[in-house]
Design a protein around this ligand. Sequence first.
Ligand code: IMP
Ligand code: MG
Length: 196
Amino acid sequence: MNPSRHGTSPAHDRARLPATGDQLKILITREQLAAKVAELGALITADFAGESVVLIGVLKGAAIFLADLARHIDLDASFDFIAVSSYRNSRQSGELKLTKNVDDSLEGKNVILVEDILDTGVTLTYIRKLLQTRQPKTFKVAALLDKASRRKVAVEADYVGFKIPNLFVVGYGLDFGGRYRNLPDVYVLESPSDRA
Ligand code: IMP
Ligand code: MG
């Protein structure tokens, strides 16, 4: 990806970043994000023409992607949210806990799970299993970013924004220790000052 060909201005770069000591380098500009999200919305609109959809965002990272994507979906739509947390302290990666379930019934609904990033696939596999027990009519996954090379579990998204290499990224909803979700572009976090 070459952001310079897509209208990156210095304003997109480091000027707005807080003085945390982290090094951030732009990977996907807000213009590229906007164009891709519009494309995904149009695809979803065409795929579900004449039907209703329920968008389920995975908190917190997918909040911004969902908000933008939803406005490009020209269908009867509703939102719901789910949250999972992992026990990082116990160093047992893959140990997930549901901290917020969906509020409404999904039975007979066209469910589109909205994820910020598909990495190892562990989170998506866990959530998919959980939501499929609620008997939706269809179940699709929209992931803004896909780090395919990191996959540990065979799972794919139906709608993918950008395939990216094995880099740690922040911005547009994605965080590092809760920070940077508000950045309008996606950045690579290089040599983080305090990697937890
Ligand atoms: P998975 O279970 O390994 O697929 O991880 C998915 C979750 O890990 C995402 O929903 C993110 O919260 C987090 N994650 C994975 N890669 C990144 C990254 O590069 N930046 C920020 N969060 C990430
Ligand atoms: Mg996160």
